[in-house]
Design a protein around this ligand. Structure first.
Ligand SMILES: [Zn+2]
Length: 508
């Protein structure tokens, strides 16, 4: 894998494309300007990033996400904010420019909240019973498989270098369409409208509903996980606490909340669903740091990375509780993505932790090519865990020609997205993994995935821009993660086009 970069020509083309869309829509000049800037931000963000989230077995959901982002916001001209136009019932491309802060003005600045780092957390959140997001283990089965190779090396050791987010050259064309872009804009609008007044999000989003009611509150209680899920799609779209985009306050509020609730140990979970929430929140901070290189965010993100490293067990993995001897591939995936995100953001990551992660993958691998993965070592492989194993293998250094990658892509191709077998967690992981390997398999996957998501997005009322976790089919995440999680993951899936370039573009 390699860091590549979007060329200036590519940036210019995208910016022109965005400008053309806006002009064609007959919008005002400020919108055109905004669109151009957003386009440039997107290009700069075309680096690596990831996210992802949970999955389910036996109706129990689980989280998992990762991401990395990029960009040097310092080189971007501030966008002039205009008076927001709040109209949740209309999904338009310029939703991004029409987003009002969904919450009350934040009383604390980012720097103020950062001063709280090192103090005990205390979000006041009720501690949900641990395990309510758990996925039942599949039991212990025959172990291992030596054939699996996760490729060369474990990634670059912590360099501490400020900007490993060098844009990449080449790469396939952006896979987004106007409908998919509209869907993303509307989803960001919904997320912002359902942010809590203190800057956090909750899996039970319903208290934030106005002029209507959005069904499907999540039963799990983890505002840290929810806040990460709220932030990640915004960050993926280039919205940061520093950029003068329409979501500046929204993002700032979420980051503030995470920082204020970080424990001295670096733990970002705010006490619930510890490693799931921490992994997700770490990704959000790493992404924010990677995009801004904000020296105020860096230490918090670094401490969060250290917390992950110190909690890795002898198998090279993690489970719900920090330092647990147990392992599961879902929790594992979030931590690995966080480590990778931190590495891409220029934070220090211990190579030994990445090496340990490779060891764990081998414990869960099976199948002809060692490319199918189970929830726990020696267990039965599932499509969802295979998508996690494949993507993390890619991020840990597996080459395109590696049997794990080839076999994994073949496996996912045989398990394409199907509306009547809905699983946003699988879709998100698998879309990332497929997107990394350009080719006809990715094209077919992309068309189907994009169509399913754009066709099923809510289009009116308070719920406009979100995805119903129960309609047209139940999502396995619906009960625990609720509408917020399903919407976040769906949006992130559609953002793969401009959040990343395929890992293997330059390998060919
Ligand atoms: Zn609502």
């Amino acid at each position: 894998m390699s860091d590549q970069a979007a060329s200036p020509d590519r940036a210019a083309r995208i910016a022109e494309s965005v400008k053309a869309v806006v002009i064609a829509a007959g919008t005002q000049s400020w919108l055109a300007s905004l669109a151009i800037h957003l386009g440039l931000m997107v290009v700069l963000a075309l680096v690596l990033g990831t996210i992802q989230v949970a999955r389910v077995i036996h109706n129990a959901a689980q989280f998992e996400a990762v991401e990395e982002a990029t960009l040097a916001v310092t080189s971007i001209e501030p966008i002039v904010l205009i008076e927001p136009i709040y109209e949740p019932t209309i999904i338009i491309l310029d939703s991004l420019a029409a987003e009002p802060p969904a919450t009350d003005p934040l009383s604390t600045s980012l720097s103020e909240s950062l001063e709280a780092i090192g103090q005990p957390g205390g979000s006041g959140l009720p501690d949900a019973p641990l395990g309510s997001l758990d996925i039942p283990a599949n039991g212990i089965g025959p172990l291992i498989r030596s054939a699996l190779s996760t490729g060369p090396g474990s990634g670059a050791p912590a360099s501490g270098i400020a900007s490993p987010y060098s844009p990449r050259k080449g790469g396939p064309k952006v896979g987004a369409t106007e409908p998919s872009e509209q869907a993303v804009a509307a989803a960001l609008n919904w997320l912002a409208r359902h942010q809590n007044s203190d800057g956090s999000w909750s899996l039970n989003h319903t208290p934030r509903c106005k002029s209507g009611f959005c069904s499907g509150p999540g039963q799990a209680q983890s505002d840290a996980a929810a806040t990460a899920l709220g932030l990640l799609p915004l960050l993926a779209a280039g919205q940061t606490h520093q950029s003068e985009g329409p979501y500046k306050k929204t993002v700032s509020g979420g980051i503030n909340w995470l920082l204020k609730n970080q424990k001295p140990s670096g733990d970002l979970s705010a006490g619930a669903h510890q490693m799931y929430a921490h992994g997700l929140a770490t990704i959000a901070l790493c992404e924010a740091y990677g995009m801004t290189q904000d020296s105020r965010v860096g230490p918090a993100a670094q401490a969060a990375i250290r917390f992950i490293e110190s909690g890795q067990n002898g198998q090279g993995s993690w489970r719900y509780i920090h330092g647990s001897d147990d392992s599961d591939t879902s929790v594992f995936g979030w931590q690995v993505m966080a480590l990778k995100s931190g590495q891409m953001a220029g934070l220090k990551v211990n190579p030994a932790s990445l090496d340990g992660s490779q060891r764990y993958l081998k414990l869960c691998a099976s199948g002809k090519y060692g490319s199918e993965f189970s929830y726990s070592p020696g267990g039965r492989a599932t499509s969802t865990m295979t998508s996690v194993g494949l993507l993390t293998s890619q991020y840990l250094g597996a080459r395109r020609s590696d049997p794990v990658v080839l076999g994994g892509i073949e496996y996912l191709t045989k398990h394409p997205p199907q509306l009547n077998d809905r699983n946003t967690y699988y879709w998100y992981y698998a879309t990332q993994a497929m997107h990394n390997v350009p080719g006809p398999e990715w094209d077919a996957w992309n068309r189907q995935m994009r169509r399913i998501l754009t066709d099923t997005q809510e289009r009116s009322g308070c719920s406009a821009g979100s995805w119903d976790p129960a309609k047209p089919f139940d999502d396995p995440w619906g009960s625990q993660g609720g509408r917020l999680m399903v919407t976040s993951l769906s949006c992130l899936t559609l953002e793969v086009y401009y959040r990343y370039l395929p890992l293997y573009t330059l390998d060919q």
